[in-house]
Unconditional design. Sequence first.
Length: 202
Amino acid sequence: MLHSSRSPTTLVPAEYAPQAQQKRIPLLYPSRWVTWIFWPAQIIADPIGMIFSGSGLVFWGGLAGGMFAVISYLKYKKEDWLEWTDFISPLLILGYAIGRIGCTLVGCDYGLPTNLPWGMTFPNGAPPTFISVHPTQIYETLLGLVIFSILWNLKYKLKKGFVFSLYLLLAASERFFIEFIRTNPKYFIGLSGAQIISIIII
């Protein structure tokens, strides 16, 4: 009824690829690597488009790359990286919640069709939908704010490293369950790529 493969699209024309390459190094973006893992056919068919596309960025990949960079820097500076991750964790989920507001405005990452009274249509979405669907972006914003509140109130009450661990558990659990009502393609035993990564994190 409502189906979208959500394959990344090419947004940078070939003639502009050299200039774009000078401005950024896409291979440094783990958020895009995750997309390539789950879309091998697209990277083979259009490698330039997949590299320079403005879409296809995945949160978990970006988080992993960001964590690696930040922890490496903190270790280089001989800082206590666990203490820093405990401090940053509530802000990460807050940023995620705010980001989902942007998804709502753009009309992407919505859910399956629904007859619930709060269902929404996204006629100008990416891709458009003219039938009522679950506004999963709003669900994730609300859940993100709840998780932020929990982590913020516990950040000075738990042992070092526990707030970060709790962040990973709650964020991964939230994404795992929300995926059941999203339109993302399934890869393994009926699970989406985000659900598989969430299980690994949990």
